[in-house]
Design a protein around this ligand. Structure first.
Ligand SMILES: Cc1cc2nc3c(=O)[nH]c(=O)nc-3n(C[C@H](O)[C@H](O)[C@H](O)COP(=O)(O)O)c2cc1C
Length: 270
C-alpha cells in the first residue's frame, strides 16, 4: 500500500471520540499494516485512573480505521496484543489485504459527521427498526450492550449519574485536570488540535485566564448534576456499554462497539 493511502486511513481513525478529546493514540505505519499504540503522555490520571477510557478511545479509533479500510476496498485482520504490562508491547495491529466484500458506504460517510452533542434532545420515541439497527451495531465480542427506553429502566441510571456527577465535580483534582484540557478560545483550540473547545461544552469563548477564573467561581456540582438529569430525562433512551471482562482488550472492544453504534445512530431520523 502507498504511504499516502495509510495516512488517509489514519485521517479517519483520528476522528474518533476520546476522553476529554485527549486523542491518546500513536500510529506506526508499515507496508500493509497500521499499528495503534496508547500514548501515555496523554493520560487522565484523575478522570481515568485505570486508563479504561484511554483503551475505549483506542477502540473507537480502531473501529473507524476498519470501516474506512473496508470502504476503500481492503479486507482487515486485527490483532489486539494487550497481555503484557510493558506499554511498548501493548498494540493493536491492523493488517490490510485486498478483497473486502462488505458494504461500508453508509457507516463510512458518518465517520466525519458524528459528534458528541450535549444539547437537550426531544424525547421522541425511537422506531423499532432503528432499535434493531442499534442493537445489531452494539452487540460485539466481550461487550454487553443495553438500550433503555422505558422510564422504569432509565430512572435508576439517572440517579446513579446524578450522584456520580456530584462526586466527580467535587474533586478539586478533577477540575484541575479538566482545565488543562479545556481550550477556552478558538485560537488555542486550533493551535493544539485537541482538548475540549469551551463553546462545544456550553461555555463562552474567552481568554484562558478569564475562562479558568469563571469556571472556578461558578462551577456548582449539584447544578451540573441537575443539568445532566434534565438532559437524560429529555432523551429518547440511554445506551449502556458494559465490558464483560475488566481488561484492556475488552475495553478496546467496548470502544469498537460504542463507535459502531455512534456512527450507526448519526444519520437516523425519526
Ligand atoms: C471514553 C470516553 C469518555 C468520555 N467521557 C465524556 C464525559 O464524561 N462527558 C462528556 O461530555 N463527554 C465525554 N466524552 C466525549 C468526548 O469529550 C468527545 O468525544 C471529544 O470531546 C471529541 O468530540 P467529538 O466526540 O464531538 O468528536 C467521552 C468520550 C470517550 C471516548
Amino acid at each position: 500500500m502507498k504511504k499516502q493511502d495509510l495516512i488517509n486511513l489514519i485521517k479517519y481513525a483520528i476522528k474518533a471520540p476520546s476522553g476529554h478529546n485527549s486523542q491518546p493514540w500513536k500510529f506506526k505505519l508499515e507496508e500493509n499494516s497500521i499499528t495503534i499504540f496508547p500514548d501515555y503522555e496523554r493520560i487522565l490520571p484523575v478522570a481515568d485512573p485505570d486508563n479504561h477510557e484511554l483503551f475505549i478511545s483506542l477502540g473507537c479509533a480502531l473501529e473507524n480505521l476498519i470501516i474506512a479500510a473496508g470502504y476503500f476496498g481492503y479486507h482487515t485482520d486485527t490483532d489486539i496484543e494487550m497481555k503484557m504490562e510493558d506499554p511498548f508491547k501493548e498494540s493493536i495491529r491492523v493488517e490490510f489485504s485486498s478483497g473486502n466484500n462488505q458494504n461500508y458506504d453508509r457507516l463510512f460517510k458518518n465517520i466525519e459527521i458524528r459528534q458528541s452533542t450535549r444539547n437537550k434532545y426531544n424525547k421522541a420515541v425511537i422506531p423499532p427498526a432503528h432499535i434493531e439497527k442499534l442493537n445489531e451495531a452494539g452487540n460485539q465480542d466481550q461487550v454487553l450492550f443495553l438500550l433503555f427506553t422505558e422510564p422504569g429502566q432509565i430512572e435508576p441510571v439517572i440517579e446513579i449519574t446524578k450522584r456520580a456527577t456530584v462526586l466527580q465535580l467535587s474533586k478539586k483534582g478533577f477540575i484541575k485536570e479538566l482545565m488543562q484540557w479545556i481550550r477556552f478560545n478558538r485560537k488555542t483550540a486550533k493551535k493544539t488540535g485537541d482538548g475540549l473547545y469551551s463553546r462545544a461544552i456550553g461555555s463562552p469563548s474567552v481568554p484562558k485566564w478569564l475562562g479558568k477564573l469563571f469556571l472556578n467561581l461558578t462551577l456548582d456540582p449539584k447544578r451540573e448534576a441537575r443539568k445532566n438529569v434534565n438532559l437524560m430525562k429529555n432523551s429518547s433512551g440511554i445506551l449502556i456499554f458494559i465490558a464483560k471482562e475488566n481488561n484492556k482488550e475488552a475495553w478496546v472492544n467496548l470502544g469498537r462497539s460504542f463507535q459502531r453504534v455512534a456512527i450507526t445512530a448519526t444519520p437516523l431520523k425519526y
